[in-house]
Design a protein around this ligand. Structure first.
Ligand code: ADP
Ligand code: MG
Ligand code: ZN
Length: 621
């Protein structure tokens, strides 16, 4: 806090000084020149002579200063002269009158006007300069905050910036991460206090989490909070840009950091250099040297001055254990995908940057984006703003936001894909199949929207379900229901057309994934019970699990997975058979309208026209 205030006071002082200097320069050079270029000083006798020669057109006597200002000539050739009045020259008035000079006397006014004059003449430029300085300061900060200035030092290529303008306020949610980082902020602000006691602050901390969750943003915010310089380099740069010079670059980086301490060194994507050193044939010498240099630098720097190395990765399992040893990146700070409240908070932060209608409900958007990262959410707001511009509006509407959720999740609407009427019908039945199976279950999230508008991602339509609230545990029934919903599309195609299409490939992939996880990771199969049969490949990047069981068991696992998916398929089929008439009705309506809301869908499904919804034997349990 006090650091902040100090900084602000310092920059204020600088602006005041600049303003004064500029003002003096202007008033010293500009004003006298302006005045002297127009007014010429003359003697009193010259003035009288000019009057005698009828050259003087008008004269103005300033009685307080004993000055006479007079003009000669008219229009462009007009000249202004100034002279000191002869004391008590009583004849002047008559002489001037005789020569037809236009006479005025200016009597000095009350001091009020003088003050006003002073204020306008001296104060206004000062205020103006002030505002200018302040504005320039803001612009600069804004720019720095956006992408961080990249000052290159001696061809070093390290991005370096001061406060960067990012603070913890710009990071929504992530409270645990902020709390862990708070200590580092405190240390960077007063390294002395820690030295006095003899406490050692962590030299390095590793920010771990999926892409787009704000790791880079958090690192910048630490620098911003502590008000220290920020050196940034990306691990991939070592590999791509500094080929053959990796180790030297690491040395340079730390050399500069030592000069600028206290400061933060941020190594983004550290996994690119910090991969486990192994014995494999195609091991990368270059990378290993870089890594070794990094390790020795981290041991070598004197932490009294306050250098903290932050690093970010989304593949912590690949990092060399030497990096994670105490005294190096021993502190691990998880940066997770935001939960419901976190998503809403992130949306709010980014919504501040764009103009919005007043009736915007961001919680709806937060609810419909489970699994979205901070970067996705920032993107949703931006897409919505772009859409508003495209439609010639100057405020973002709720509809823009909802449409951009679809764009970010499923891709842009694709105008060029023209489906034949028959294909459209198939897609309509397919999506309605998903929706009806979802609606007939207690374990499924309500349907929010069904659409058969093709997307650039290749999807020909989708059914969007939105959880009503957040939950962190998935029961076995919910997992099974999910599989059934995913099977609903294909089941509808089979039921109505007696044929299969390629449109279900994505559904099949997802259903299989869920079933496999149920068997190998969650111990949800009757056959194996609570035995872990697989190991997750990468926690933050998805990519499924690796089987860790014997070959024979692997075969049984496959059979078990198959059975689970088949069970879902049967359940979906039965549900659709029982609601065949509703399926026809809604699918045809969807084919005509292309997009329907969850409410419309539920109204049609529940309407009692003799075909009230039938719960299938299984899902009614
Ligand atoms: P990472 O480094 O984890 O891949 P970034 O820090 O680069 O992610 O985040 C990308 C962008 O996403 C940020 O610039 C910011 O606009 C947005 N963002 C991510 N997380 C948050 C958050 N918690 N609060 C606000 N904005 C966020
Ligand atoms: Mg990043
Ligand atoms: Zn589908």
């Amino acid at each position: 806090m006090d650091m902040d205030d100090n900084k602000r006071r310092r920059s204020m002082l600088i602006y005041v000084l600049i303003a004064i200097v500029v003002y003096l320069a202007v008033s010293q050079t500009l004003y006298p020149n302006l005045v002297s270029s127009q007014v010429t000083e003359t003697s009193y006798s010259q003035f009288l002579e000019d009057v005698d020669n009828n050259k003087v057109v008008s004269a103005e006597i300033d009685t307080s200063n004993n000055e006479i200002k007079y003009t000669e000539g008219t229009g462009d050739s007009q000249k202004i002269y100034k002279t000191t009045a002869w004391p008590n020259d009583d004849t002047l008035a008559t002489t001037l009158k005789d020569h037809g000079v236009d006479m005025t006397a200016s009597i000095p006014d009350t001091s009020g006007d003088l003050w006003l004059y002073m204020l306008i003449a001296y104060g206004l430029p000062l205020v103006g300069l002030f505002l200018l300085g302040w504005w320039a300061n803001r612009q600069m900060k804004k720019q720095m905050g956006d992408d961080g200035p990249s000052m290159n030092f001696g061809g070093g290529g390290f991005g370096m910036g001061g406060g960067l303008g990012v603070t913890f306020k710009d990071v929504a949610g992530q409270d645990e991460a902020k709390e862990s980082l708070q200590e580092i902020v405190h240390f960077l602000k007063n390294p002395g206090k820690y030295n006095e006691i003899g406490a050692k602050c962590p030299r390095g901390a590793l920010l771990v989490g999926p892409p787009g969750t704000g790791k880079t943003l958090l690192a910048k915010a630490v620098a911003g909070e502590a008000g220290v310089p920020f050196f940034q380099i990306s691990g991939s740069e070592f590999v791509e840009m500094f080929v053959g010079r990796g180790a030297a670059k690491v040395r340079d980086l730390f050399k500069q950091a030592k000069e600028k301490a206290p400061c933060i060194v941020f190594i983004d994507e550290i996994d690119a250099v910090g991969k486990k050193r192994d014995m494999s044939i195609n091991s990368n010498d270059e990378r290993e040297q870089t890594l070794n240099q990094l390790l020795s630098e981290m041991d070598g720097f004197d932490n009294h001055k306050g250098i903290v190395v932050l690093a970010a990765t989304n593949r912590p399992e690949t990092l060399d254990p030497a990096l994670l040893r105490p005294g190096r990146f021993d502190r691990r700070i998880p940066v997770e995908l935001p939960d419901l409240a976190g998503r809403e908070a992130i949306l709010k932060i980014h919504a501040n940057d764009v103009k919005m209608e007043h009736d915007i409900d961001l919680s709806v958007i937060a609810r419909s984006t489970p699994g979205a990262s901070g970067a996705d959410l920032a993107n949703i707001i931006n897409e919505a703003a772009l859409r508003a511009v495209r439609y010639g509006r100057n405020r973002v509407s709720q509809e823009d936001l909802e449409e951009s959720v679809d764009v970010v999740i499923a891709g842009e609407k694709k105008k060029s894909t023209v489906l034949s009427e028959h294909e459209k019908e198939v897609v309509a039945y397919h999506e309605t199949g998903h929706a009806i199976v979802a609606a007939m279950q207690t374990g499924s999230a309500p349907v929010q929207k069904i659409t058969i508008v093709p997307r650039t991602s290749g999807a020909l339509g989708f059914t969007m379900q939105v959880e009503e609230d957040q939950h962190f545990l998935t029961t076995r029934k919910e997992a099974k229901d999910k599989i059934a919903v995913l099977c609903g599309g294909r089941a509808a195609e089979e039921l109505i057309f007696g044929e299969m299409t390629t449109g279900a490939s994505n559904d099949i992939e997802k259903a299989t994934q869920i079933a496999r996880a149920m068997v190998t990771q969650y111990g949800m199969s009757d056959k194996f019970g609570m035995v872990a049969l697989g190991q997750q490949r990468s926690r933050y990047l998805g990519g499924g699990a690796e089987l860790t069981c014997s070959e024979g068991t692997a075969q049984e696992v496959d059979a078990e997975v198959q059975a689970l998916v088949e069970e879902g398929h049967t359940q979906a089929m039965e549900t659709l058979k029982a609601n065949r008439f509703k399926l026809h009705e809604i699918a045809h309506y969807l084919q005509k309208k292309e997009t329907i809301t969850g409410e419309e869908f539920m109204k049609m499904l529940k309407r009692d026209d003799g075909f009230a919804p039938q719960f299938s034997a299984q899902s009614a349990q």
